[in-house]
Design a protein around this ligand. Structure first.
Ligand SMILES: [Zn+2]
Ligand SMILES: [Zn+2]
Length: 138
């Protein structure tokens, strides 16, 4: 199925293929600093169509990844690996139409989660090490 989304001001619009309707949460300190809390993300699983790319600013959040946001309204849009051979990109859940229907499946960087919040949802959980291993970088 295809997911469609946009930033708040609609200067940036996008659509991409998703495997199924699910999202993951990341508790790492960069996601929390970027969005004010854990990020909810949906992985791009196929061709991405991005309109208004000239309105996207990129922030290099690590040596291997960058984060895109709208220059006009500040909506946080995506996280992607710079190494194009991995071709990994995810979009923030809340930017997608119908995101209320997506299922909460996995929490990652659970060893970075502070103790002052936690989700009641039953999900799969992965530590930083487990995530790195799943990317083949462990
Ligand atoms: Zn915008
Ligand atoms: Zn994160």
């Amino acid at each position: 199925m295809k997911a469609h989304g946009s930033c708040l001001c609609k200067a940036v619009e996008f659509s991409f293929e998703v495997k199924d309707k699910h999202f993951d949460a990341c508790h790492c300190s960069v996601c929390r600093g970027w969005g004010g809390g854990p990020s909810f993300t949906v992985e791009v699983a196929g061709e991405l169509e991005l309109k208004g790319e000239e309105n996207v600013s990129l922030y290099e959040s690590s040596d291997w990844a960058e984060r895109g946001f709208c220059k006009k309204c500040g909506t946080n849009l995506f996280y992607r690996l710079k190494d194009k051979s991995h071709n990994y990109c995810n979009f923030n859940l809340g930017t997608l139409q119908g995101h209320e229907e997506f299922e909460f499946r996995t929490q990652i960087f659970t060893d970075s989660k502070p103790d002052n919040y936690s989700f009641a949802n039953q999900t799969k959980e992965m530590t930083e090490q487990e995530v790195l291993e799943s990317f083949g970088a462990g």
